[in-house]
Design a binder for this molecule. Structure first.
Ligand SMILES: [Fe+2]
Length: 464
């Protein structure tokens, strides 16, 4: 029953898992791109119609690049109990943290690949995308984990949080690269909001407490709704000092995704993210659940917004950065929590655009540049890969999977991040449905080119 918008068009699930080797390439693949591009997304099994886009089982699509070749493509479901029908809430009302659809994101930390979905434990997978099982940080994570953890580029620590409709509503964690939790603490003052993303700076963690809060009357499978009587607040946790958390009330919007954040010399915090007002949020939600009157294509309606937060005074200055509705922001991961000017986004049909596009924003110069994948094509989240020896912030490549409805095919595009020209186009063996988030996982230098197509590469990951 494929009548839901998130199961049709660009988002039509694929029915099976395949493997292909030695993919053909148009253009020249930069030989320095040695590693795995992998992207997650919701792809329910044939015959399954989830009640919400985000309740569909997660499927990973990976492309292994080395030595100027695209060695293989694989797509694999994340094999969780939910894939076999296990419910998130057991009959006795308890939550099964392993019943994850694991379809939101995939990251690498300390050599471990984790498929993520925010209501559950992460699931570890191999570099060949085979599922190893739930990962609870050696028995120490007993709550869900956000799908948007942040790795500090200097310390290597993984920062993340758990949110819950029940007290404590928000818990903050830090994990070392060997997979041990080294910090775990409830964050006082948080509400029962749907907290999809957060930010770190060099010294702070920044939480987003939205007006979208737990509401059991919402029956789509994700029990959260916008409540007019709930303010939007941003919490700044002084994670290196002893100032605790400061909650700052801001304009009533929901920030689905963070672009980046950083500390300023005067103690303030700069935060950028995609902000939805109530109308934009409810329009998106309609598409996500296939409610009557939903738009034909997924929309964002979100405006990239900047907040200047003063945790001492408890105040915020807010300003929109751009007027084009976008989402799925990315930056150079080496600048996570540090000052950055350049970000990459997905723009959706409507709001001045006929088709999907990728957007590059440069807040230092005010430049906005668009990449149009072409009529009938959808370019998903663009992942930045730095160029070897690059110096400028945008000296690198963007990897994005383009779904082509007309050709019923997909390609992995490698764009030059500076001018958005196409460096290479990798022909994938099937149409890849539009998805959610992904990562570039570079190979260790010694491993470059050492993994023959189809052979396991166990050195790449340390499960357990
Ligand atoms: Fe997300």
């Amino acid at each position: 029953m494929l009548n839901k918008p998130y199961l049709t068009g660009h988002f039509t699930p694929v029915p099976d898992e395949i493997t292909a080797v030695d993919l053909s390439i148009s253009g020249k693949l930069p030989p320095e791109l040695s590693g795995l591009y992998v992207r997650n997304g919701h792809n329910p099994k044939p015959g399954i119609t989830p009640s919400h886009w985000f309740r569909g089982s997660g499927m990973l699509h990976g492309v292994r690049l080395a030595d100027g070749r695209a060695q293989w493509y694989r797509n694999r479901w994340v094999k969780t109990p939910a894939l076999d029908g296990a419910p998130l809430v057991r009959q006795d009302g308890s939550i099964d943290l392993t019943a994850s659809v694991a379809g939101t994101h995939i990251i690498e930390h300390g050599g471990r690949l984790l498929a993520l979905q925010e209501a559950n434990l992460p699931f570890a997978v191999t570099p060949e995308l085979e599922t190893l099982g739930p990962f609870d940080f050696h028995g120490k994570l007993t709550t869900a984990m956000t799908a948007h953890p942040k790795q500090d580029p200097e310390t290597g620590l993984l920062h993340f949080f758990s949110y819950s409709p029940f007290e404590p509503h928000l818990t903050y964690f830090e994990a070392s690269p060997d997979g041990h939790i080294v910090r775990s603490e409830p964050v006082p003052g948080a509400g029962p909001g749907l907290m999809h993303d957060f930010a770190i700076t060099a010294g702070k963690a920044v939480f987003l407490d939205p007006p979208v809060v737990f509401d059991p009357a919402e029956t789509s499978g994700i029990p959260y709704r916008w409540h007019d009587d709930r303010p939007a607040r941003i919490g700044v946790l002084d994670r290196l000092g002893d100032s605790g958390v400061t909650w700052i009330e801001v304009d009533q919007k929901t920030v689905l995704h963070v672009v980046n954040a950083c500390d300023l010399p005067d103690g303030k915090v700069l935060l950028e993210g995609t902000a939805y007002d109530q109308a934009a949020w409810e329009t998106s939600w309609k598409w996500w659940i296939g409610a009557p009157g939903h738009p034909n294509a997924p929309t964002s309606g979100a405006v990239v917004t900047r907040w200047l937060l003063d945790p001492v005074a408890g105040t915020a200055l807010e300003e929109p950065i751009d007027d084009l509705a976008t989402d799925f922001p990315t930056v150079d991961d080496r600048l996570t929590g540090r000052r950055s000017s350049i970000s990459y986004h997905v723009a959706f049909p409507g709001a001045g655009l006929d088709e999907f596009a990728l957007v590059k924003l440069n807040t230092a110069t005010g430049e906005r540049r668009l990449f149009h994948p072409g009529r009938g094509r959808y370019a998903g989240e663009a992942v930045f890969v730095p160029a070897l020896g690059g110096t400028a912030e945008d000296d690198g490549y963007l990897l994005t999977i383009v779904s082509d409805l007309v050709a019923d095919a997909s390609r992995l595009l490698v764009l030059n991040a500076q001018d958005l020209s196409t460096s290479a186009s990798i022909h994938l063996p099937r149409r890849v449905p539009g998805g959610i988030h992904g990562s570039w996982i570079p190979s260790p230098p010694m491993a470059a080119g050492s993994n023959p197509a189809g052979a396991p590469d166990e050195a790449f990951v340390q499960p357990g």
